[in-house]
Design a protein around this ligand. Structure first.
Ligand code: NAP
Ligand code: ZN
Ligand code: ZN
Length: 382
């Protein structure tokens, strides 16, 4: 996901990471960046003492999203350092605050891309907390709106404390590691598929077969759609068919792109780098739509208005999903046997995993096993 809004630099000393937990709080082992060039290094976080509405979670797994790479490398600007990324969090409840009745110790739960929002604006009241008019609080790198002097820190960490309203339940039938990427990649693709009303017989195009893209393939298939994958990678053609795609188009092949003319109802574009959208508009039918989910740090080539006008095409964006929608997505995945394809990594493999992600060399989501956080590399500093 993308953080809600750029975070101004901390006014004084950043309150986190710190090595001193508040009374009743806990220290958490973590990996994070201390500057755009630092890579990820071992850090120690002080998690707050659970307040009345809080859930303290022992994190088991955290997916690696391309947004984590953008953020820790300072590609979006406005980053407050140090930064512990991670917003595809699955773990078990360790303890809850006095007002929490819907979660109990031992429950398997998840936290996605936000840990708070204003709770009072129209978007929040409509269950669209991701579009909070006052800015949602991202799981990492955002000013904690109820404790304004600290910056939120994410899930590459052994524990986290989150208000119960922003915690979801992970169904028992889902493998917890393969469920972690659902918290961002899953809901980010589920939300526009649902918003467009995808149903049996629709044709969904998926551009970019990475973390988000492979979830879009699985979810669109589970909704009954025919799926066409557009990829830049020859090596992914067979893998896309194995994942359930009905057709694969090599997007660098102009002839193949022309062959897909006017064949698609909805395109989910997940590419993390600038690219020309005009060839994709030509593959859409009348009243088709292209949802752009990727947020490249560089500007995109201009969109030709003629391609939109001539087929009443909608060019849209979409940001993650609301909390209720995230729960709906998890339940949908449990009901349809959908989860992410993952490659598990240890904490000391995180930097290599980032490089491989940028090179498109992952099938299809890396997931950090947080039990490996406790054996930090020798150059660790707290
Ligand atoms: P990812 O796993 O790295 O996948 C991106 C895919 O884009 C690659 O696998 C590759 O697929 C394709 N691609 C083509 N050219 C590329 C290039 N030059 N550089 C990088 N990728 C290229 O990334 P992800 O985690 O799915 O995230 C994708 C984008 O969505 C990122 O920009 C991320 O920040 C953003 N995001 C947005 C939201 C939201 O709420 N809107 C949520 C999460 C993530 P092929 O090899 O098949 O061409
Ligand atoms: Zn994400
Ligand atoms: Zn709001």
């Amino acid at each position: 996901m993308t953080p809600g809004r750029p975070v101004p630099p901390p006014l004084a000393q950043p309150a986190a990471p710190s090595t001193e937990p508040s009374s009743g709080g806990v220290l958490a082992a973590a990996y994070g960046a201390t500057s755009p060039d630092s890579g990820l290094v071992p850090l120690t976080l002080a998690r707050r003492t659970p307040k009345a509405d809080d859930v303290e979670i022992a994190i088991e797994y955290c997916g690696l999203c391309h947004s984590d790479v953008h953020a820790t490398r300072g590609e979006w600007g406005g980053t407050a350092w140090p930064l512990v990324p991670g917003h595809e969090i699955v773990g078990t409840v360790r303890r809850v605050g006095s007002a929490v009745v819907d979660f109990a110790a031992g429950d398997r739960v998840g936290v996605g891309c936000m840990v708070d929002s204003c709770r009072t604006c129209e978007s929040c009241l409509d269950g669209l907390e991701q579009y909070c008019e006052n800015g949602m609080t991202g799981t990492y790198g955002a000013i904690d709106r109820r404790n304004g002097d600290s910056v939120t820190q994410g899930g590459y960490s052994s524990s986290i404390v989150v208000d119960r309203r922003y915690v979801v339940r992970v169904p028992e039938s889902l493998d917890p590691a393969a469920a972690a990427p659902l918290l961002c990649a899953g809901v980010t693709t589920f939300s526009p598929l649902r918003h467009f009303g995808v149903e049996e017989g629709d044709v969904v195009g998926v551009v970019g077969l990475g973390g988000l893209g492979h979830m879009a393939v699985k979810l669109a298939r589970a909704m009954g759609a025919k799926v066409v994958v557009f990829t830049t990678s020859d090596a992914k053609v067979a893998a896309a068919l194995e994942l359930g795609a009905d057709e694969v188009v090599l997007s660098r092949d102009e002839e193949a792109m022309a062959g897909a003319n006017r064949s698609i109802d909805l395109i989910i574009d997940t590419v993390a780098a600038p690219h020309d959208l005009n060839p994709y508009f030509r593959t859409l039918r009348v009243d088709g739509a292209l949802f752009q989910l990727g947020l490249p740090s560089e500007p995109m080539p201009p969109v030709n208005p003629g391609s939109l006008i001539r087929r009443r095409i909608a060019y849209a964006g979409s940001l993650i999903g609301g909390i209720a929608e995230t729960q709906e997505m998890l339940d949908f995945c449990a009901g349809h046997g959908v989860a992410a394809e993952i490659e598990m990594v240890r904490a000391d493999q995180l930097n290599e995993a980032y490089d491989r992600m940028v090179a498109g060399d992952v099938k299809y989501r890396f997931v950090l096993d947080t039990s490996t956080l406790h054996a930090p590399a020798k150059e660790a500093h707290a």
